[in-house]
Design a protein around this ligand. Structure first.
Ligand code: IPE
Ligand code: MG
Length: 212
């Protein structure tokens, strides 16, 4: 999800207002995903690098996360969505961690779709923590130690706002993922754009390194 700050700036608003509007997009894309029968959707909400933003923005994003987790409980329960957070949880404030634990347990029975928020996540962090635990276990198979263990690798990654890079997202898991880049800023990214990205995905020829 990229472009919240620019969306706000274009309207002469504070960056946080862009993040507020971005939550509306998360809700719209979540609803559309359930309608479409998508089993897993993930949102890269906050990277390890994002801790370096101003204290005001970081605090604002943490309280936005807390509020959204409270507000969206009915949406998750009504639609059979199970909620997960993946990332370096040790860096998150206690109240955010408590809110996550609470929402994860309240929604754990959801079987329609798993919605994953990547918070304080970076792909390099994930590979490093997995390598450390793999070595401790005396294993040579990294996959079960990744923060995403048990979750299928993404079929499609959409990045908004015109930036065309991975920015330390799931470096391992994106090995064979299809990428769609759009210039639309995240707060403007809603159902129609999402359907267009899925159409684009459907037209791709996935060979996974093989010859068809
Ligand atoms: C994405 O929007 C949301 C987060 C990373 C929290 P940005 O905040 O990166 O918006 P721009 O890139 O400044 O427009
Ligand atoms: Mg950005």
């Amino acid at each position: 999800m990229d472009g919240n700050g620019r969306w706000a700036k274009q309207r002469g608003k504070e960056r946080l207002e862009g993040h507020f509007e971005g939550v509306e997009s998360v809700r719209a894309i979540t609803k559309a995903s359930v309608e479409l029968g998508i089993k897993y959707i993930s949102f890269f909400a906050f990277s390890e690098e994002n801790w370096n933003r101003s204290e005001a923005e970081v605090t604002g994003l943490m309280s936005l996360m807390l509020r959204a987790m409270k507000n969206e409980l009915p949406l998750f329960l009504d639609n059979g969505i199970s909620f997960r957070v993946i990332g370096n949880r040790g860096r998150l404030p206690k109240e955010v961690n408590d809110g996550i634990d609470n929402l994860e347990s309240l929604t754990s029975g959801g079987t329609n779709m798993t919605l994953i928020i990547f918070m304080s996540y970076s792909g390099k962090w994930d590979i490093q923590q997995a390598a450390k635990r793999m070595a401790e276990a005396g294993s040579d198979n990294l996959e079960p130690f990744l923060a995403t263990a048990g979750i299928p690798d993404p079929d499609l990654m959409i990045r908004t706002s015109g930036e065309e890079r991975i920015s330390n997202y799931m470096l391992w898991q994106l090995a064979y993922t299809e990428f769609v880049f759009t210039g639309t800023l995240w707060p403007d990214f809603r159902k129609d754009e999402y359907l267009a990205a899925l159409e684009e995905y459907a037209s791709r020829d996935r060979r996974f390194g093989k010859v068809k």
